[in-house]
Ligand binder design. Structure first.
Ligand code: GTP
Ligand code: MG
Length: 316
């Protein structure tokens, strides 16, 4: 290096470590992001339909991709649907896990077990990969970051089975309740129902996402508060496109009119989509790792430690 250039570097106090943010960004962009959502709720509330609507709203094209000729069938097992969405060079793998609806058996005891087990299995798979001697530099993350909980739009109150399932879920995953088939409620009914649900959840001590922490700055706290005022999101889903102003949009056509799923005056689908893919994506991922996975991990490791201590005590 020329002596003059060395002198110049020495003379300036700038060392250039601020480029670290660009280096991190580059690495993250290369890897892409993975976001995993699960949908849970009673049978026939439109879970499969909403998954299709969410994907279609990102992937809609002139060829009418994701337009189905067949009606959706009742879901019989847990299955994941996955698509990569790219925006401005950022790749997001959005993975939505569909589950069979519950609540149509005579005895619904334990109907939530398979879903809770599925969520825990993902934590367990991650932990196993983390604990191997030659662990991967980047572990494929299948942990569920958000659970959309579908509520029947009865207009009255939550069924006790929903309370139980929501409580169980909230112990292992970020739960976000949504009012399904919101087209069946008038705007006034919707507001009353929302307030009833919020009150019931508070009464039953169900701790829902978002969580305020000491690390949150005032801006984040304010954002959480606005989300809390909307939750439960009142959404409408549709498998079909309808033509509005010459453009195909997801909607439901009735004798008395058309509901445009993406119209904010009709339902809160756009709010839900923004919440998931715009405002809270990173926080949902972080909360999963720091609260839910951490709790699972420490419980497992303590159990492991206890188990390994036992034979030693016996032989002593
Ligand atoms: N009115 C109305 N009907 C809907 C809405 N979303 C879905 N549906 C209809 O409800 C029926 C059931 O929808 P699915 O998506 O199969 O419901 P699901 O929750 O996946 O049902 P399971 O797989 O049995 O748990 C279908 O006929 C849908 O067209 C909605 O927002 N409003
Ligand atoms: Mg289904």
């Amino acid at each position: 290096m020329a002596a003059a250039a060395v002198d110049e570097i020495r003379a300036s106090s700038y060392v250039g470590f601020d480029s670290i943010t660009r280096q991190i960004e580059y690495k993250l962009l290369k890897r892409g992001f993975q976001f995993n959502v699960i949908v849970v709720g009673q049978t026939g509330l439109g879970k499969s339909t909403l998954i299709n609507t969410i994907f279609a709203s990102h992937l809609i094209d002139s060829k009418g991709r994701l337009e189905h000729d067949e009606p959706v069938r009742q879901t019989t097992d847990i299955q994941a649907v996955s698509h990569v969405i790219a925006e401005n060079g950022v790749r997001l793998r959005l993975n939505i896990v569909d589950t069979p609806g519950y609540g149509d058996q005579i005895n619904n005891e334990g109907c939530w077990d398979t879903i809770i087990k599925y969520i825990k299995d993902q934590h367990s798979a991650y932990l196993r990969k983390e604990l191997t001697a030659m662990r991967d530099k980047h572990i494929q993350d299948t942990r569920i970051h958000c659970c959309l909980f579908f509520i029947n739009p009865t207009g009255h109150s939550l069924r006790s089975i929903d309370m139980i399932v929501m409580k169980k879920l909230s112990e292992v995953v970020n739960v976000v309740p949504i009012i399904a088939k919101a087209d069946s409620l008038t705007l006034e009914e919707r507001e009353v129902f929302k307030n009833n649900i919020r009150a019931e959840m508070q009464y039953n001590n169900i701790r829902l996402y978002p969580f305020d922490t000491d690390e949150n700055d005032p801006e984040e706290l304010a954002l959480n508060e606005t989300i809390r005022n909307i939750i439960p999101f009142a959404v409408v889903g549709s498998e079909r496109n309808v033509i509005i102003d010459g453009k195909p949009v997801r909607g439901r056509k009735n004798k008395w009119g058309v509901i445009n799923v993406e119209d904010e005056t009709h339902c809160e689908f756009v709010h839900l989509r923004n919440f998931l893919t715009r405002t809270h994506l990173q926080d949902l991922i972080e909360t999963t790792a720091q609260i839910h996975y951490e709790a699972f991990r420490s419980k497992q490791l303590l159990a492991l430690k206890d188990a390994s201590a036992r034979p030693a005590q016996g032989s002593a």
